[in-house]
Design a protein around this ligand. Structure first.
Ligand code: UD1
Length: 419
């Protein structure tokens, strides 16, 4: 297993943001809605994307991935089972269920199972598809669904923690080929859903209201092939904002689409950073010498993303004062607290809250990455800490960050990948 060896660094220059992982994954699944060829550009080269490609190959697609473009064709022999050995490694693969069911009338997708950031149920996915008329059986770890004809309906998709991104994606995809009109109430408004809706519209779907909590879908008979560019990864861009704050380094973050990052830039400004955005989608950030403490609450978009909570916690560990972080999406997403404390941070967790008492310096240690975003937080902490930090199990970071150490090195970071 690889590890990162990191030393305190001062960075400068510009970094280019890759395509969004969370937009690309459901869009790749959406190609199951057609037998025609689809081309998807600006796809990041990540292990999660490679897993999704493997799943689609099992399901009867022929895929070529070169220079960040995916060309997806359909083989003669099709399948409708997404096996456990692949699905267990990535939850997003569950969003093959909706398109498989809509196009091939039956689907068998392994249940994704537990996750280090807490329980992650799929009840909303199942409820939504059942309301469209699917018969669903959960047995032996698999979710088996069939439906002769899906029928449009008014579906309330809110859960105990608000909207669900992938449940919205699953129901939206299934509804494109359902008979009549579907209204998805309490739909997720994330930019990744908007990107998916654009892809579906290019395929010929009839969708209104994406990026709002009420999406209206008028079912069509068939969908065709199309071409689309994946939006920039707002979580990667936000991670580089955190890198800048933690290392006191001015950075230009290119191809970031600042419109997706208002809540994050707002937090950075409250911490004392000055931020400018350009028409060409760049973010220029100049951090203050000493970070102000700030209170952060994670919420569905356009609120502060849970996927940046850990990275900002790493920054706030060095702020001049006490910050309160409230996690409203995944109340148990705090595995990084103990690791940051091993680096000298003073963080106390109680339930969905973390109280972060900032201190001037963190100190390098050997720390363990527990999940994708937590590993990014440890890298950020390491770049701003005195002495050597070793982050173990960096395969987590490879799931979601395209060439992270290459990008950091180009900015001047002292980071090395070792076996
Ligand atoms: C997506 C993102 C993930 C991000 C999360 C929240 C992808 C591939 N992943 O995950 O990076 O952290 O959104 O922004 O896009 N819930 C239920 N029942 C369900 C589904 C979800 O109760 O059937 C709950 C979850 O436990 C959680 C909340 O709803 O508390 C939001 O989760 P959801 O938006 O579904 O996360 P994902 O779509 O899986």
């Amino acid at each position: 297993m690889d590890k990162f060896v990191i030393h305190k660094s001062s960075l400068k220059g510009s970094v280019e943001i890759s395509g969004s992982k969370n937009a690309a994954l459901p869009i790749i699944a959406a190609t199951l809605l057609t037998d025609e060829e689809c081309k998807i550009h600006n796809v990041p080269c990540l292990s999660d994307i490679k897993i999704m490609i493997k799943i689609l190959e099992v399901l009867g697609k022929e895929i070529n991935f070169e220079k960040n473009t995916l060309v997806i064709k359909t083989k003669k022999k099709k399948n409708y089972t997404a096996p456990y050995r692949l699905v267990k490694t990535m939850r997003a693969s569950f969003c093959c269920l909706g398109p498989l069911l809509a196009k091939r009338k039956k689907a068998k997708v392994s249940l994704p199972g537990g996750c280090i950031i807490g329980t992650r149920p799929v009840d909303l996915h199942i409820k939504g598809l059942e309301e469209l008329g699917a018969q669903i059986r959960v047995e032996n770890g698999y979710c088996e669904a069939k439906a002769k004809n899906l029928k449009g309906k008014r579906i309330y998709l809110g859960g105990p923690f608000g909207s669900s991104v992938l449940a919205t994606a699953n129901i939206l995809m299934a509804a494109t080929l359902a008979e009549g009109e579907t209204f998805i109430e309490y739909a997720a408004c994330e930019p990744e859903i908007e990107n998916l809706a654009l892809f579906l519209k290019k395929m010929g779907a009839n969708i209104e209201g994406e990026a709002t909590p009420l999406i209206k879908v008028k079912g069509v008979k068939t969908l065709g092939g199309c071409e689309l560019e994946i939006i920039p990864d707002r979580i990667e861009a936000g991670t580089f904002i955190a890198v800048s704050l933690a290392t006191n380094s001015p950075l230009e973050i290119k191809k970031a689409n600042p419109d997706y990052l208002t809540s994050v830039m707002e937090a950075a400004k409250k911490m004392g950073a000055s931020i400018d955005v350009s028409k060409e989608s760049s973010i220029f950030i100049k951090p203050p010498r000493n970070l102000n403490p700030v209170n952060i609450t994670t919420l569905p978009y356009p609120g502060f993303p849970t996927d940046l909570q850990a990275q900002f916690m790493a920054c706030l560990s060095k702020a001049a004062g006490v910050s309160l972080i409230t996690e409203k999406i995944y109340p148990d997403r705090f595995m990084h607290v103990a690791e940051l404390n091993r680096m000298g941070a003073l963080i106390q967790r109680t339930g969905p809250y973390a109280i972060v008492e900032g201190r001037q310096n963190l100190y390098g240690a050997e720390v363990m990455a527990s999940d994708l975003r937590a590993s990014a937080a440890l890298v950020i902490a390491g770049l701003g800490a005195e002495r050597k930090t070793q982050v173990l199990r960096v395969y987590h970071i490879d799931r979601g960050y395209d060439r992270i150490e290459e990008k950091l090195k180009k900015l001047g970071a002292k980071i090395k990948r070792e076996k």
